[in-house]
Design a protein around this ligand. Sequence first.
Ligand code: CDP
Length: 805
Amino acid sequence: MNDLTPDREDRVAKLKGLGCSRKRVEDARFTQGKGNYVDDIKLPGMLHGDFVRSPYAHARVVSIDASAALALDGVVAVLTAKDLEPLGLHWMPTLAGDKQMVLADGKVLFQGQEVAYVVARDRYVAADAVELVEVEYEELEVIVDPFKALQSDVVLREDIAGETSGAHGERRHPNHIFLWEEGDKSATEQVIDSADVVAEEMIYYHRTHPCPLETCGCVASMDKVNGKLTLYGTFQAPHVVRTVASLLSGIEEHNIRVVSPDIGGGFGNKVGVYPGYVCSIVASIVTGKPVKWVEDRMENLMATAFARDYWMKGRISATKDGKITALEAKVTADHGAFDACADPTKFPAGFFHICTGSYDIPVAYVGVDGVYTNKAPGGVAYRCSFRVTEAAYFIERMIELLAIELGMDAAELRRINFIREDQFPYQSALGWEYDSGDYHTAWDKALAAVDYDGLRAEQATRLEAFKRGETRKLMGIGLSFFTEIVGAGPVKNCDILGMGMFDSCEIRIHPTGSAIARLGTISQGQGHATTFAQILASEIGIPADSITIEEGDTDTAPYGLGTYGSRSTPVAGAATALAGRKIRAKAQMIAAYLLEVHDNDVEFDVDRFVVKGAPERFKTMAEIAYAAYNQAIPGVEPGLEAVSYYDPPNMTYPFGAYICVMDVDVDTGEVHIRQVYALDDCGTRINPMVIEGQVHGGLTEAYAIAMAQEIAYDDMGNCKTATLMDFFWPTAWETPHYTTDHTETPSPHHPIGAKGVGESPNVGGVPAFSNAVHDALRPLGLRQLHMPHDHWRIWKAANDLGLHG
Ligand code: CDP
């Protein structure tokens, strides 16, 4: 059976393992419309749920009259908080240690809040019935400004009005949630107060929304005969949903099956638990029929988890020659009506304290005040690892402002303050241990690639022409150098609702030499079915094309904490490699037996075990797999399977250098993006083509966020951007062209040296776009302009600078 023909290079190529730009295997079904999303699930006798939502941002619910709705043909039930109360389900715990109303209990706290849940024969009847439910409201004073919330006598959360402490410590006002601090406050103040040069600014990262293509939804199906609940849904963390569903419903966990089918984008929006899930489960238990709930676009934008909304007051100090000496960040975080942030439990401000960025800053302090307002709850990591995007934007703006104070080139200021290669592993002033990096090499490569000096010369020429009145367009060069922190755990300090943030992989090799691997994560478009098979191919010598990757079914997949925060590759990817190594260890014993040598006398070579010093004597992995099932091997159990639960020793710290060049028309506020260069370092690269796709997608989101995308409210708490007419979603038409590049600095603690990448372009892209706008108007006096930089705001900034005559 030995195959003597292919040479080593051919055998490596056949595996399509690490480093191969293997085409995405899942795309065949997506591009042919054969995906299977939640709304494609149709079960016999299925009912449909829909919500009555509050038109007011703050109001007392005086009465709810559902009689007209119940009289409509096809309406099965109308649930209100009163119906859920006996079950203890009218409120539910949030991921952030707070609680949230499932259905309005006495009052509503944001526009779009769920007030009643209608269950009907079909979606149309449900929608008609929603209109027939009569709710009487008594309007209350609305607070949409977090600074005013902390001064106001209006108490938003009456349920906890008297509580002076919450899940994250002391509350100093009824609308205050927590103050979370890190670093040395007095030492930081001392250094800044006596520094040569200080830059100080309020940087606002506006409220936005992940707005995935597919909205949130579920189908709950209670089989009363067997006592089994099946829940299909758009869940980024299916196992956690199973555990929460068990705790809330009292149904034993083995009797709950949670399935995440194909998911049309998540970006953090599908991590949390929403009232729609709870109401659908209750409705299915009560009616004994499957119940589907799928929200529409407006519901998704108005009521499901938003992102950002951080007011970041910063001070940064330096010596006269530009060496940074300290950084201070005092943040006011608008969490909306309930604290439903999706962060690891011990980190109520996520990983915001990565805000010293890529720089060697000796001392720093961060204080984050969480505040309640009359806005939708959430605060998810929209394609970012728990507030890292806010942190990266903050430090990259502060660096630009410091450069202005110093009269120094911002690229050079970055260079002289970067953490040096020989400082890794690097302990940051705010408590992180950066695993690896080579920032200077990446920065030099990026600046050379765009001809930075040439661009600055062109910009100066353009400015002169502008001053002479020969052009109305200014040129901006947006610099950004970011360090991400991805791959939560470790379990010792990262958990969600008490569940440690490990991840898992289980592999079964079939007798004929193909395999299936199941993981605790779930792809929402990232291409796991393609790339995790590549990790395994290199580890166990079975071609990626012969390995099925399966995720998202809690009845079959090992327990894992899911996919968000770019944690899949750092955590589940590591579990995959280690499970592969267990397979390989057993295969080595089998090979040695078959080749009649000692275990130590064979070595792994691409797709086989070879007798050391006798390369013509070998057994391929296919032969070994067959033997595992059909030969009695002394001292070795039959079969070839392995499982690994991986608790990462540290996070991984990918980094990158992004540069955006744009022309800004001061008369119209329009911008023309000339180039976007993105250099990413995510350690060992599994699939360069998938990485490039991830970077393109993330950059497009970054472009949208920086330039136009926002969730905006008026003073009455009306959400002004609840449709795609108002909420900017870039199409191919608006999306600029990208040039991608890379360096490769492996993570020393990850089994294959890989770091995450999915979120890097969102994290690093926003400051690049925003800094370009600032850089264009900087010579004319602009210091800080809040995002998004839409045409109107840029025009207004130019007008305020007196550029319109
Ligand atoms: O957790 P999530 O899947 O969102 O993010 P990720 O771990 O950064 O991975 C995104 C995609 O990029 C996956 O298909 C990864 O396997 C792939 N990737 C890669 O090819 N090489 C890396 N070093 C990191 C990620």
